[in-house]
Design a protein. Structure first.
Length: 361
């Protein structure tokens, strides 16, 4: 992890605990946890079988920056050609110099190259030339709340580790640290109590069949009464859904980058009631001339109250849409102007700068 990230290990989101991206800076001996787990209302879900199925596809990633900093994370093979899916924050320290090394469960150590990364969704693809046969990870169907899941990766440098838990919730939205003191936004994230610790980032959240359902990305942290962070997982982690990760990875492999949708608006949450948590709307602070928002008729001082028919409940909703819709797709925007409610349709543009961090994309 880059030194700047180490100095700011936590981040905030409204209605979410302080979180820590799961990237470790130590390397120790390998360990494999193996537990059995039987559901009262279904067939046995055996962690040993999950480990035997998924673990050969999961790798440990070691990063050394050009300035001497280093760390480790996890990843998984997408194909037999050597493409590996991981988090951007795992490899970002080596994105502009430095080295990326991959360690496979069979002991094979390989030098990796960066194929592409998407800072805004915290995903990246690297590539290696395998010396022996690769078993790509298999993708599973989206999980449901209560499903048993297993986090596989290298927490705290402990390679080939599996931990067990359940899907605690779905559809979470949370921010993680990104390059240059910015943040990435996890959309529709999977919440799990499977232990996700530093080093698990970029690895596998697997179902009972050993299939990928999510990419572990962050774990929540807590502090004691003196404000001292509590060490280890507290059973509150977040993973990027596998279908989202596969979409981004396919674009990175094809083009080396991802271009997201662009509203061309700058907004701030507006609360006119008693609640400061859920805003009543998004106040348009700026709608630059020539941007998609201005072209749709939006202007400064408008208050956006709904997007595609859904009430505004978070300042992140514009960016969530820009990350999940393509340039050229449309969004129905309901807004208030001078006390009157109006509706317009914004056709998303192409984001002019893929590293931009304007609210609303």
């Amino acid at each position: 992890m880059a030194d700047s990230e180490q100095s700011s290990p936590w981040w905030r989101r409204s209605q979410v605990w302080p979180l820590l991206v799961a990237l470790a800076v130590i390397s120790v001996v390998a360990v494999v946890a193996s537990v059995g787990w039987a559901r009262s209302d279904g067939p046995e879900c055996d962690a040993k079988s999950v480990a035997e199925t998924a673990m050969p596809s999961v790798v440990t990633i070691y990063v050394q920056s050009s300035t001497g900093g280093g760390g480790n994370g996890s990843g998984q093979f997408l194909d037999t050609e050597g493409h590996i899916l991981t988090n951007n924050h795992v490899i970002s320290a080596a994105a502009t110099g430095g080295t990326i090394t991959v360690l496979r469960p069979n002991g094979e150590e390989l030098t990796a190259t960066l194929v592409g990364r998407d800072i805004q969704t915290d995903l990246a693809v690297i590539s290696v030339t395998p010396k022996s046969t690769v078993v790509p990870i298999e993708f599973g169907s989206p999980p449901a709340v209560g499903d048993q899941v297993f986090a596989i990766g290298a927490p705290l440098g402990l390679t080939d580790t599996i931990t067990a838990g359940v899907v605690s919730a779905l559809g979470r939205s949370a921010r993680v640290p990104a390059d240059n003191n910015t943040t990435a936004l996890l959309t529709s994230a999977i919440q799990t109590d499977a232990s996700i610790n530093p080093g698990n980032s970029g690895g596998t959240l697997a179902n009972c069949a050993g299939q990928l359902v999510g990419v572990p990305t962050a774990g929540a942290t807590a502090s004691d009464s003196r404000g001292v962070p509590v060490a280890g997982s507290i059973g509150l982690g977040f993973a990027i859904p596998a279908d989202t990760a596969r979409t981004i990875a396919d674009r990175l492999i094809a083009d080396g980058r991802v271009v997201h949708g662009y509203f061309g608006l700058e907004v701030v949450p507006l609360s006119r009631g008693d609640s400061a948590i859920n805003p009543d709307g998004l106040y348009v602070a700026a709608a630059p001339v020539g941007g998609p928002g201005a072209a749709a008729g939006l202007r400064r001082a408008d208050v956006i109250t709904a997007l595609d028919g859904e009430d505004v409940t978070s300042a992140d909703q514009l960016q969530e849409i820009s990350l999940t819709k393509q340039p050229g797709e449309t969004v129905e925007v309901t807004f208030e102007r001078a006390g009157a409610t109006q509706t317009t349709t914004v056709t998303l543009g192409r984001q002019p700068d893929p590293t931009a961090r304007r609210i609303g994309g």
